[in-house]
Design a protein around this ligand. Sequence first.
Ligand SMILES: [Fe+2]
Length: 185
Amino acid sequence: MAVVRVPRAGRTIDDLEAVVAFLAAQGIDHERWEPTHPLPPTASADQVLLAYDPEIARLKARGGYLTADVIDVRPDTPNLEAMLAKFRREHWHDEDEVRFILEGSGIFFVHPRAGDVFAIEVGAGDLIRVPRGTWHWFDLCAERRIRAIRLFQDAAGWTPRYTESGVDTGYEPVCLGPAQLPART
Ligand SMILES: [Fe+2]
């Protein structure tokens, strides 16, 4: 379940209703899709998109999204650091950023025009919609694993516009979820 943190205020919100309300006040949609469709870890992107077709169709109708794909990142993904370097610099898009997390976890940082930066840690079952124009950046949690459905309004896909503010350098991508605890030996 998504957890929100406001580092400067030392505030953590981990109650679903409170998370949804906090994000809604910032114009960000968050939903839990439960239960998720059972899929084997070996499911292909096409199988994922087929299983979630009703949900994807609902989002497309609501937000004018044209295409959907599946992003699949693992610790051994080639050029992972170069990919993350693009995600973790503050940027915005001319379209919404819509992600449904299937597996793994990650952390969105959002920088409101007026107000403190806040972090949204997302995991399996979390849908998030960050509206176009929102200043944000993204990083993976320590497990370096995420699989997510992405929806796009522009068939060209993911186009970042960087703010070059440097604000992103002031925040550590510290995740709190159970997957981040050290494995027991
Ligand atoms: Fe983005």
